[in-house]
Write a protein that binds this ligand. Structure first.
Ligand code: FAD
Length: 391
């Protein structure tokens, strides 16, 4: 039988939420163990577009709401961490773009133009032209308006690799998890037969939270899944582009991010409205056709003759929406030793960790000495999806 362990905080699920929390707790002196049942980041995190939103996207209807202000501090917190002087030392994580762009293929609705120029958005949205345009839009045939947002785009695989390094010896690959009770009280978890006792257990397993909650006999909180059908394109003529292309509505018509493939080519990753309801209803071939038509209409000067295409189905896992939950805050709730939540966005991993820290402070859970951990079987980091789908 494997050696029993004890720790301050046991984290179940090693996506960005669990890994960021784990690193913050360790920095603060807490003993932690993080259990992952597959590959680190392999749920939604490595399949995300890596945009560190500051909320501008949610203001596309032409006004800033209270909730879009709540996410506004995230780009600054991430920038500090990437510079190695923030709450975590993320130096070495690859920054793909220092800005994300809003791009309108035609003229912008009058109310949006004046809103972007308004005091509320000053310093967050700037119109750009000519050499300041993203490389893929620098073409004589390009017509339209482009605004630069003070948001970042990260290489998520390098982020997950760095967060895994910050976890030190505290990562455990484990397949079978069962709650461990003592006198009817939850005291820990048995992982592949090994007992792990903890003062607090955090469920940060993304979509896997639903099954874990069932295993812990909990019916709340309920989870909602928002399916997406993303498109991946890889070819020698693709140049970097990080932009929401505006249609007429409050959601981007298409959101394109660009990622480095191991063979030196660029990969375009297409989401936004293209990947939502109508896109989910299409089969792979029809979704690729829809993406090709969108790209031909918006960027007709890009030679796609050697581009290869694939699609990826993935769901966003979130708390079922209620009046209490804003889509641009992390969500955390707790009952006894069990804390459960979803960051709702990669960008909001710091907010998720803040909420766990607040719950620990409220309950007087302080860092305390624990025996050193033995050598544990370590989960691997997930590979970028384009390397698997378009090698
Ligand atoms: P996950 O990344 O899903 O991690 C959960 C982990 O738990 C996984 O590694 C899984 O294997 C593990 N697990 C599951 N069950 C168990 C179990 N029983 N025991 C142990 N481990 C378990 N957000 C942004 O801010 N910017 C973006 O640009 C962006 N783009 C996105 C694009 C797409 C296509 C999608 C789907 C999401 C995007 N998001 C974006 C949202 C973002 O990806 C998620 O909010 C975030 O990654 C969730 O992180 P997480 O750690 O909660 O979950």
């Amino acid at each position: 039988m494997s050696q029993a362990l004890s720790t301050n905080v046991l984290i179940l699920g090693g996506g960005v939420a669990g890994l960021w929390l784990n690193a913050r707790l360790r920095n603060a002196g807490y003993a932690t163990v993080l259990v992952e049942n597959d590959r680190l980041g392999g749920g939604q995190s490595v399949k995300s577009q890596g945009i560190i939103h500051g909320g501008a996207k949610y203001a596309l209807h032409g006004a800033l709401t209270g909730s879009s202000e709540a996410i506004a501090e995230m780009p600054t917190r991430w920038r500090e961490a990437l510079a190695g002087r923030g709450e975590l030392d993320l130096s070495g994580v690859r920054l793909l773009s220092d800005a994300h762009y809003l791009w309108s293929p035609g003229t912008l609705a009058g109310n949006l133009t004046s809103f972007f120029a308004s005091k509320a958005m000053r310093g967050r949205v700037d119109a750009v032209k000519g050499a300041q345009l993203p490389p893929a839009l620098q073409h004589p045939k390009f017509k339209g308006k482009v605004y630069r947002l003070a948001e970042l785009v990260l290489d998520v695989p390098s982020l997950i690799t760095r967060l895994a390094a910050l976890a030190g010896d505290g990562l455990l690959a484990g397949e079978t998890l069962e709650p461990l009770y003592e006198a009817d009280e939850l005291v820990g978890v048995r992982v592949d037969g090994r007992e792990i006792r903890a003062q607090r257990i955090v469920l940060s397993a993304g979509q896997g939270n639903a099954e874990l909650l069932r295993a812990f006999g909990q019916s709340q909180p309920t989870q909602q899944l928002r399916p997406l059908h993303m498109v991946i394109a890889k070819g020698p003529a693709l140049k970097p582009l990080y932009a929401h292309c505006l249609g007429g509505g409050p959601k981007p018509r298409v959101t394109i991010t660009t990622h480095p493939a191991a063979d030196g080519q660029w990969v375009w990753y297409l989401g936004g409205d293209l990947a939502e309801a109508d896109g989910v209803a299409r089969d792979e071939a029809a979704q690729i056709c829809a993406a090709q038509e969108e790209v031909a209409a918006l960027l007709p000067w890009v030679d796609q003759s050697q581009t290869r295409w694939a699609t990826l189905r993935v769901s966003r896992a979130e708390p079922a929406q209620s009046g209490l939950v804003r889509p641009d805050n992390a969500f955390l709730t707790d009952q006894g030793r069990l804390l459960v939540g979803w960051p709702t966005k990669l960008a909001l991993a710091p907010d998720f960790a803040d909420r766990v820290f607040a719950a620990l402070a409220r309950d007087g859970i302080q860092p305390s000495q624990h025996p050193a951990l033995p050598l544990l079987p370590r989960p691997a980091v997930a590979k970028p999806v384009w390397e698997e789908l378009l090698p």
